[in-house]
Design a binder for this molecule. Structure first.
Ligand SMILES: C[S@@+](CC[C@H](N)C(=O)[O-])C[C@H]1O[C@@H](n2cnc3c(N)ncnc32)[C@H](O)[C@@H]1O
Ligand SMILES: [Zn+2]
Length: 153
């Protein structure tokens, strides 16, 4: 049987995280992001999903989302980083966590949670520890807004 490319461990970023169990080449599918397929309509209307940042919710296509908030979804343990080594991407109705760079054995697996920049961004402090850390969990495309906003204060 093929060995898992990940292992679960305590993380310096937050509580628990997933780590590379071996050297992993860029482009490798590491772990499936499992969950329940729900309609976009449900995710938009069910108050269960009306939380701060719907961390476990991923869009599949125009009609469907995937709710990954289940114990069996081990990939939900992956923490956010401002300089991530993974990305979550879909193939049909399945989501996979991919390596976006070569990853060394024992490195923590991370991806960009993709939180949008809004008035609440200060609620989500980032503890990723990377040189590029912007201090908050905000998607890379929106991080320039933080500097702008902090200048104003
Ligand atoms: C999807 S869980 C990740 C697994 C989590 N570490 C655990 O042990 O359950 C998401 C939560 O982890 C924490 N987290 C993830 N990345 C973080 C980061 N870069 N900085 C601070 N907290 C983070 C936040 O509390 C977030 O709500
Ligand atoms: Zn960070």
């Amino acid at each position: 049987m093929k060995r898992n490319l990940y292992k679960e461990k305590r993380s310096k970023i937050d509580n628990r995280g997933l780590y590379a169990a071996d050297d992993i080449k860029k482009g490798t599918k590491i772990i499936q992001y499992k969950g329940k397929i729900i309609t976009v309509k449900e995710s938009e209307t069910n108050p269960k999903y009306d939380n701060d940042k719907a961390i476990y919710l991923f869009n599949i296509n125009k009609k469907f989302d995937l709710d990954g908030d289940f114990k069996f979804n081990i990939a939900r343990l992956i923490n956010h980083s401002c300089e991530p080594n993974c990305e979550v991407d879909g193939i049909g109705y399945k989501l996979w966590v991919y390596a976006i760079k070569d990853i060394k054995k024992n490195e923590e697996l991370t991806y960009d949670y993709g939180f949008s920049f809004d008035k609440d961004y200060r609620k989500y402090r980032c503890n990723c520890g990377s040189k590029k850390c912007c201090g908050y969990i905000v998607r890379s495309e929106s991080r320039w807004r933080i500097k702008k906003s902090e200048k104003k204060d």
